[in-house]
Write a protein that binds this ligand. Structure first.
Ligand SMILES: C[S@@+](CC[C@H](N)C(=O)[O-])C[C@H]1O[C@@H](n2cnc3c(N)ncnc32)[C@H](O)[C@@H]1O
Length: 269
């Protein structure tokens, strides 16, 4: 029998990922992985419609679901060879560490659980180390970031602690080598993310080694890069020393201190 496309399978199980508009996006990412032998984790099982969809689509893969509530496998027709379900919370460190101990690594992780900002961020922190290189981490329904009843904040979009802002800030980790702040210290996810793509209410993140060197700065310093470049080309080092090591550096220092004070006053750390 010919492989059905993802939408057909999802329609078959009446998955709400269709009405959310996610299925076409998923298929763009998943079609090249379809025949692979993957381990896929989904946080949030409910009626099992998505687990059944993945189970049919990824015939050679293992589909793992976790849910805070007990899931009756027989009642939901989840008794399939390639589906395994565990009861526990996505933000419970002990439970997630047991899951990681059992499965070691995941190729794809989908967060369709509580959609609370604190849980989404905590699960990402706990599970990111177990995501394989080139693996995908997907978070559904990120609109809850804009809703205070889910721990989001619709009143301070730019600086709230929502999970949307968490993922927005991770985009800086993709370009961390370009940050022209000589006092910059490497952050937890710097060099570990290849791509983050935002769609309506859903975000896709691809893990992977990413420590390409910058062409504009050396060790986060533009003035050091320019000084090196200019003095390599010409012997006039005193002129370039004054320009890049004194003048430009003073300007960098001034901006550093100005922003530090601003952040302290505004309590932004
Ligand atoms: C939107 S439903 C999941 C739907 C399913 N993924 C699908 O597409 O068919 C959300 C599920 O997350 C579960 N849930 C809520 N809080 C959770 C938590 N902290 N940890 C794990 N699961 C949780 C709920 O019990 C519910 O079954």
């Amino acid at each position: 029998m010919e492989n059905q496309d993802l939408k057909k399978i999802a329609e078959n199980y009446k998955s709400d990922k269709i009405e959310h508009g996610y299925i076409e996006i998923y298929e763009n990412y998943f079609q090249e992985l379809r025949e692979n032998n993957l381990t896929i984790l989904e946080l949030g099982v409910a009626d099992g419609k998505s687990l059944l969809t993945w189970s049919d689509y990824f015939k050679n893969s293992k589909i793992v679901g976790i849910d805070i509530h007990k899931i009756n496998l027989e009642e939901k027709n989840l008794n399939k060879d390639n589906i395994e379900v565990h009861e526990g919370s996505q933000s419970d460190e002990n439970f997630i560490s047991e899951i990681i101990k059992k499965y070691k690594e995941f190729d794809i992780i989908i967060d369709d659980g509580s959609h609370l900002s604190k849980d989404v961020k905590k699960s990402f922190e706990l599970l990111f180390p177990s995501l394989k290189e080139n693996g995908l981490y997907i978070v559904e329904d990120i609109q809850t970031s804009y809703n205070h009843f889910f721990g989001g904040n619709p009143f301070d979009l730019k600086y709230s602690n929502s999970h949307m802002n968490f993922f927005k800030h991770l985009t800086d980790s993709i370009n961390y080598q370009e940050i022209a702040n000589p006092f910059y210290t490497k952050k937890k996810y710097d060099s570990k993310i290849l791509n983050i793509s935002f769609y309506h209410n859903i975000v896709f993140l691809k893990k992977g080694k990413n420590d390409r060197l910058s062409k504009e700065v050396i060790n986060h310093s533009y003035e050091n890069m320019k000084y090196k470049e200019k003095t390599n080309r010409s012997g006039n080092t005193l002129r370039y020393y004054l320009k890049y090591k004194i003048l430009y550096k003073s300007y960098t220092l001034f901006l550093f201190l100005f922003n530090l004070i601003k952040r302290i006053i505004l309590l932004r750390f």
